[in-house]
Write a protein that binds this ligand. Sequence first.
Ligand code: CO8
Length: 261
Amino acid sequence: MSYKLIETNLDEVTGVASIVLNRPEQRNALSSELMTELSEAIEHFEGLPVVGCIVISGKGGKAFAGGADIKEMAGRTYSQNYKDNFITANWERVAQCRKPTIAAVSGYALGGGCELAMMCDIIVAGENAKFGQPEINLALLPGAGGTQRLTRFIGKSTAMDMCLTGRMLTAAEALSLGLVSRVVPTDELMDLALDMAKTIASKSRMTAMMVKEAVNTAYETSLSQGVLFERRAFHSVFATGDAKEGMTAFTENRPPRWDNK
Ligand code: CO8
């Protein structure tokens, strides 16, 4: 598939797919055209059995993404937004991807850029990363989960601070708050992200998808419902060939062979 505003790559040996947001001169601003391409690429990779993990990053190093495209949004009206359900489907497609996703953030992840990163399962960051929800400076508010996912991930006080003052978190702050899982020197970021993706892709694909579903359920349900969901998933994973293979391989002291086709 060929795209204008993103670059994609698939390593069929490791099962790692990567998507690079490619508007560096516009700080990878998330225009509706770019988001359409991104959701198409996610759809494509999700459907390929060979893909075990998807890494999303931004070209140029200065920004993962500077947010939704303000120049494009400036002309929109309330009725257009309402009638089109303003590009929501394309944005949510990333969150709905059933395969594990990693956001590799170098530079700015602002507004919709921060929201896009939070739609991924894991965020890893270079030391130069900055996370923010500066929509308030435009008299806008976050529109793709910034008030909701951010609050669940880092708590009310810091989320309010970011959304009301527009202040950005450094990579170190984001790490200490649990927004990102790992921070490395910026020039090591892509190696780290691709390596993590390779590790994830080397596991049982089906079980990795079940793990993702179970962890995400923690954000959608009460604790008792979530624990019940997890228990049911745990019971059902015994019906898969991979779980049998994993436990058998352990008892036979050999590496497992997953049914990842
Ligand atoms: N939209 C459009 N263009 C942008 C954006 C953006 N979000 N960010 C940067 N650019 C453009 C600049 O206009 C500039 O273009 P040009 O060269 O043509 O003038 C180019 O990128 C380079 O920008 P800078 O010179 O400003 O680069 P710096 O490296 O100095 O600064 C920043 C980078 C910090 C990212 C800065 O550009 C900035 O503050 N950008 C705006 C950040 C922002 O306000 N983001 C929030 C946008 S609103 C939003 O995301 C709402 C999400 C709702 C989603 C809802 C979906 C359903």
